[in-house]
Write a protein that binds this ligand. Sequence first.
Ligand SMILES: Cc1cc2nc3c(=O)[nH]c(=O)nc-3n(C[C@H](O)[C@H](O)[C@H](O)COP(=O)(O)OP(=O)(O)OC[C@H]3O[C@@H](n4cnc5c(N)ncnc54)[C@H](O)[C@@H]3O)c2cc1C
Length: 312
Amino acid sequence: MSITPDQVSDLRIQRYNSTVHQLTKLHSDLMVLRVKPDHPLRPHKPGQYTLLGLGNWEPRLPGTQDETLQEADEVKLARRSYSISSSVLNNQGLVGEPQHKDWLEFYIVLVRETNSGKAPSLTPRLFMLREGDRLFMGDKITGAYNLDKVSTDDTVIFLSTGTGEAPHNYMLQQLLHQGHKGQILAACCVRNKKDLGFLDLHQSLAQKLPNYHYFPLTTRDLDASGRKRYIQDLIKDGDLDKANGSPLDPAKTHVFLCGNPAMIGVPEKNRETGEYSYPKTEGVIEILEKRGFKADKGHHDSGNIHFEEYWS
Ligand SMILES: Cc1cc2nc3c(=O)[nH]c(=O)nc-3n(C[C@H](O)[C@H](O)[C@H](O)COP(=O)(O)OP(=O)(O)OC[C@H]3O[C@@H](n4cnc5c(N)ncnc54)[C@H](O)[C@@H]3O)c2cc1C
């Protein structure tokens, strides 16, 4: 690194606009981060996302993939998108009112290395942060992944992998705050049980609320019945129909998919024929479309499967 400590101080002043308000490490590679911007927060919808960033001049967590930087890149910001999350309950243990805060919450996993050979830029730096540290947060909050199309009697299904649960927790808070009347079924699939950062919260909500069901799924640790399960299994085995009390009805159900693109399985459009085909690995969209659901194809589409892919 060729820049001096004085330059680093100046860059932080010039480029950062927010402060780490609260940081909770759920384990070494998973955290809940609350960020307070210097600017007033813009109104937004649960489900949307914004950018977080740190300078390439910031230190990286030891034990993560080595990064090679061109000199010109040392002064640049590494910025990535993050869904706004929520811990659902407030300090009194009640469902908090969405949005009456001067900070935003994020739920972030450390990417230690990538398959592409290019070192992950941001998370090895985010995981060095401490409360009171400065960082960049986008002024704009954006995204079409939200509850706009949901009516109060609809069944709402949140299916995620890992930190793909982030926007769902905020959307769940909105539904509970509004007194949603339909069923709410949520599932999160992770490798190991320790990666279910909000397991206790969801299990206690499911005990208290007759219309809320939570399915924690693991693919490395075995579950209580000795199984390794993916989101696709949950649907095919009929667990969602059972929790819903009747087979899922596409006319009264909205499904939200967030996280790993392989779980989601967005159909690809053939440029020449204009036809769509499903990916080789069967994703949730393929399973549900065969049952009469329809995935959104554009921002203004009227599908009942909505999705947010965390990478491509
Ligand atoms: C709209 C949107 C919202 C997002 N919200 C979140 C969020 O709330 N929490 C979160 O942890 N990430 C989220 N991401 C992913 C995030 O933007 C970064 O890609 C991720 O934090 C890795 O950044 P990086 O610079 O360290 O690695 P990068 O250089 O960006 O490496 C990317 C690679 O890391 C892997 N990867 C990226 N994200 C994840 C993940 N969440 N879980 C497992 N592997 C991953 C993939 O293999 C991907 O190819 C979101 C992405 C998008 C597009």
